[in-house]
Design a protein around this ligand. Structure first.
Ligand SMILES: Cc1ncc(COP(=O)(O)O)c(C=O)c1O
Ligand SMILES: N[C@@H](CCCC[NH3+])C(=O)O
Length: 430
């Protein structure tokens, strides 16, 4: 964020209301500057659980899955576990009737430990090992036709295709243009299907593509849907085989900053459904069963993180977390919002850079206007922290990963406890 971006808010004092579109629907600020989410005081939670603290509003997860279902009533919603994974969340998604996209034996093991039916798991990965595919799952998405398959059982598989559609997102999280390592290039797709059909043990049921993540270009999804259905048509022409499933991946974007546009869910659904109906009608194919694999869209906006201010050094606000629980700014230049909670301040807002506790200048969490009287001990709340933070967290500098607490209907429950030095030492067996 440049100073120019901050100008509209600089000089004013902190707004009492929460910034629209960024916080879980249940979130509210009280008169005493408490932030209440899911009916639970986050100030009280930070006191008892310590900081940094990650909070997940399960009601918001339910709400968002409900919105997806309403938009795509006949589609299978396979939550992408890479965004955030723990047993408590998996049980919730199971109850909501979701399928799961798992991308390693490890993710499948966590889902299985939560009692999630293997039949509703879809396994992904660019370098699956025999151990990964040794776990029973309903479907495997093969990244190439010669990937390992489970021994001695007929496995339902989909083949991942790079549809050569640019979703116009960050290059590091673009996956569908063919210039990346994922899937079979569109031009080679028919031959790859032929190779797969000749493979014993592989029962090909459909095709898959995934354009990338944090995508807002709904026209790109429409184009991908069109290309994939046309490919289904060519497969039928060449092999006489009608594949019944089409998985269009995930990638649905979310706003992170005040004023960011929201994802056009209705437009996405309409364009994809019309494209499927039109192209399959034109090719004389039955309409394929649609699967979508959103991760970020489901859990990102359900998450809030709390950090305690350790020091204020000029414009730098040093907090007790950092790149170990949010590597996204360092990796992608991702930008976040933050606000003071737990204390009312009428001081003017000035440009601050919120930095973490790690020994790297790249350890920046947010560039954001914060009250000029910010001081050590203050609490900062950061919205939209549910996706790709704890799942990409590290224990760099031997800093334990923070806990995750679920809130809902006035109750809270610890889902992941804080990582301690003893956890780190448990795997240090030398
Ligand atoms: C194959 C696949 N499906 C689904 C997802 C989920 O993406 P997102 O969390 O952006 O919805 C990813 C990650 O980008 C992915 O690689
Ligand atoms: N890790 C990325 C998203 C990539 C999703 C994996 N296919 C992010 O934090 O934005």
């Amino acid at each position: 964020m440049t100073l120019f971006d901050l100008v509209p808010t600089l000089g004013r004092s902190h707004p009492v209301a929460l910034e629209p579109g960024l916080w879980p629907r249940s979130a509210r600020m009280t008169d005493t500057a408490d932030l209440v989410v899911g009916g639970v005081s986050l100030i009280a939670l930070a006191r008892t659980r310590g900081t940094p603290l990650h909070v997940l509003d399960l009601g918001e997860v339910d709400r968002r899955v409900g919105l997806l279902r309403a938009a795509l009533p006949e589609a299978e919603i396979a939550y992408a576990c890479k965004a955030l994974l723990c047993r408590g969340l998996v049980r919730r998604l199971d109850a909501l009737g979701c399928a799961l996209d798992v991308c390693s034996g490890g993710e499948a093991a966590v889902a299985e430990a939560a009692g999630f039916p293997a039949e509703r798991m879809i396994m992904h990965g660019t370098a699956k090992t025999t151990a990964d595919v040794g776990r029973p799952v309903g479907r495997i998405v093969l990244d190439r036709p010669d990937e390992p398959l489970p021994p001695a059982r007929a496995q339902r598989v989909l083949l991942r295709i790079a549809p050569e559609v640019d979703a116009r997102t960050h290059p590091k999280i673009t996956t569908g243009t063919g210039a990346q390592q994922f899937g079979v290039p569109l031009a080679e797709a028919e031959d790859a299907v032929g190779a797969l059909l000749a493979r014993p043990g592989a029962h090909l049921v459909g095709l898959h593509c995934h354009l990338g993540s944090q995508v807002f270009a709904v026209d790109a999804y429409e184009e991908a849907a069109r290309r994939m259905v046309r490919l289904l048509g060519r497969v039928r022409e060449r092999y006489g085989l009608t594949l019944g499933e089409l998985d269009l991946g995930g990638g649905l974007g979310v706003p992170y900053l005040p004023g960011d546009a929201d994802f056009d869910l209705a437009g996405y659904a309409r364009r994809v459904l019309v494209a499927l109906a039109y192209e399959s009608g034109k090719a004389g194919l039955p309409r394929p069963r649609l699967t979508v694999e959103p991760g970020r869209w489901v859990v990102g906006p359900a998450g809030v993180a709390l950090y305690r201010v350790a020091a204020v050094k000029g414009r730098f606000v040093v907090v007790d977390g950092g790149m170990s629980d949010n590597p996204r700014p360092a990796l992608y230049g991702a930008r976040y919002h933050a606000r003071l909670v737990g204390r009312r301040s009428t001081a003017v807002l000035v440009a601050h850079t919120v930095v973490g506790r790690h020994c790297e200048a790249a350890d920046v969490l947010a560039d954001v206007p914060l009250p000029a009287d910010l001081r050590p001990g203050d609490l900062l709340a950061v919205p939209v922290t549910g996706a790709y933070q704890l799942s990409m967290a590290s224990n760099y500098n031997a800093v334990g990963r923070p806990p995750l607490v679920a809130v809902h209907d006035g109750t809270h429950r610890l889902l992941l406890r804080r990582e301690r030095a003893a956890d780190l030492l448990r795997r240090d067996v030398g």
